[in-house]
Design a protein around this ligand. Structure first.
Ligand SMILES: [Zn+2]
Length: 373
């Protein structure tokens, strides 16, 4: 018998599970999980995987902690709201206090076709903490082309859904060399097999328009986390091959059987067309649905924008402050739609969130006028 590894003692109750044991715990320590989006789903997943001992966790999130997040986003508190800290950084600090033996990489960034290459090398599983289908399809393209597991999750209102995706090897690119592999027989349909096209913007309800019940989100996050632990410990046959759908208000829990993968006409996992991954790299201004805000992403990221210099230029136009992560404030000289207060949040890579408007063209004008092009 080998001596038990004392560094693993904290995981004793997890290692007692016969399918995990010390060997499974070692596998978790060698694993790398990418969590995209650190809101309600992402923070609950990050908390669970940090406690479970996943050795490297990378978190990418573009937003700040706001007071309306605290109802369900379990890693954040009132001090995070007061200090207007980005979610990724707030999460990193909390996770480091929970488990100092793992590595947490936190990135304040918009995960997009343009930026994703920075974050996906060496990743063993992708966990979906998102609130929009556009980025989910990007995650799906990455997972299928690289042969990485992708755990989809979503929650809105009183309902939630989750599905584990083990992409079919057929569409994997020749350069991909995933550390974890599975057979064609173990593969599952991908997200686009199930949802071929995203709902048009503005047509589907969001947490910001119809609300969300906290326990639904934590349940979906727990289901996603369990799937990741199964995958990372090599328990592939324990992964649920059905789609889970829950509604905690009408007390429904359903599991839908899925057809064998890949579905013949799926553009992604059957025909290897990765249109979301090869998206255009132009600057973008997107209205953030239900948020009364527009996000501006410049075409070329400038990693070293001098926020103090911008604050100096803005001084005469309102009340703006600079923190170690961002510049933030409200215009005195400009208003948004219907006289709404117009707020600017600017990150050092040039990305901005302009709140108080849903008009991309107006937001671009404000950006060009006060930040520059
Ligand atoms: Zn597919």
């Amino acid at each position: 018998m080998t001596e038990p590894d004392n560094n693993l003692h904290r995981y004793h109750r997890q290692m007692l599970l016969p399918d995990i044991g010390e060997a499974g715990q070692q596998r978790l320590r060698e694993a790398h999980a990418l969590i995209v989006g650190c809101g309600a789903l992402g923070s609950a997943i990050a908390d669970t995987l940090t406690r479970a001992g996943v050795g490297t966790i990378t978190i990418v999130d573009r937003d700040l902690v706001e007071v309306t997040n605290l109802q369900r986003q379990i890693l954040f508190d009132e001090e995070d709201v007061r200090s207007a800290i980005p979610k990724a950084e707030a999460a990193r600090r909390k996770l480091a206090a929970i488990n100092s033996t793992i590595t947490v990489n936190a990135h304040v960034d918009d995960f997009s076709a343009r930026t994703c290459a920075r974050y996906i090398d060496g990743v063993d599983v992708i966990l979906d903490g998102l609130d929009n289908f556009e980025t989910r399809y990007l995650l799906n393209d990455i997972a299928v082309s690289r042969g990485i597991g992708y755990i989809y999750g979503g929650a809105v209102g009183t309902t939630g859904m989750s599905m584990s995706i083990l992409p079919h090897p057929r569409a994997r690119s020749q350069q991909a060399s995933p550390r974890l592999e599975w057979s064609a027989k173990q593969a599952t349909p991908c997200l686009r097999c199930i949802f071929p096209d995203a709902p048009p913007p503005g047509t589907s309800p969001t947490c910001d328009t119809i609300g969300v019940l906290g326990p639904v989100v934590t349940t979906i996050a727990a289901y996603q986390s369990a799937a990741a632990i199964k995958l990372l410990t090599g328990n592939l046959d324990r992964i649920d091959r059905r789609m889970l759908s829950i509604d905690f208000w009408s007390n429904q829990l359903r599991q839908f059987e899925l057809a064998p993968a890949p579905l013949e006409d799926c553009p992604c996992c059957a025909r290897a067309m990765f249109e979301h991954l090869h998206g255009d790299a132009a600057s973008r201004a997107v209205s953030l649905c239900g948020r009364d805000a527009v996000q501006i992403t410049p075409a070329t990221a400038n990693g070293s924008m001098d926020l103090n210099a911008v604050a100096g230029r803005l001084h005469a136009h309102g009340n703006f402050t600079v923190t170690p992560f961002l510049l933030r404030g409200q215009f005195a000289t400009e208003t948004g739609e219907n006289g709404a207060a117009l707020e600017l949040t600017l990150f050092s890579d040039g990305r901005a969130i302009i709140k108080g408007t849903t008009e991309p063209d107006f937001a671009r004008t404000i950006y060009a006028r006060y930040v520059g092009t």
